[in-house]
Design a binder for this molecule. Sequence first.
Ligand code: URA
Length: 192
Amino acid sequence: MARALEEVQEDLGECRRCELCETRTTIVFGVGNPKAEVMLIGEAPGCKEDLGAEPFIGAAGKYLNELLALAGLERKDVYIANILKCRPPQNADPLPHQIEACTPFLRKQVRAIEPLILVTLGRFSSQFILKTDTGISHLRGRVHLTGRYSVLPIFHPAAAIYDRTKRPLLEHDFALLKLLLEKRHEELGSRT
Ligand code: URA
């Protein structure tokens, strides 16, 4: 892990800033390429992630790997983190005070990585990054700009596990990610 990210992790420590520390097994800090051009932000660890200390290693993660391939990417190319670093019991929705306690570290991770594109997976990360109450159905499918980042909100992959009608939309949006990445490369030149 690059030093800047290590510093964020040290700063986080054995976090006890909210009650999720009482029920978590591990802190799921984030994983991937510290120089990633694409950073994906999910919601919160589930059961598998809580045990494995890595984001998206359950069923949604398996589907995410397939989606990344549509964008010409593998997991080793990207960095993946979540809005919350600890699992909410019963996979409950993140609560405002939990988001408030946890996201300063996510912001520091984004600043340490400086990706070209932020892919926000699902309602919570999309609304947090874009500072909006607009629903994910209205946000997805187009590129938003916030500060220096291009943001691509996409349905959460888990949504398509229960509702297969969302799959074509997810697949469309990861194909859009490929085009966006190509466009950013043309504009800026590759960082590799
Ligand atoms: N869902 C998420 O949002 N994040 C994970 O890490 C796993 C499932």
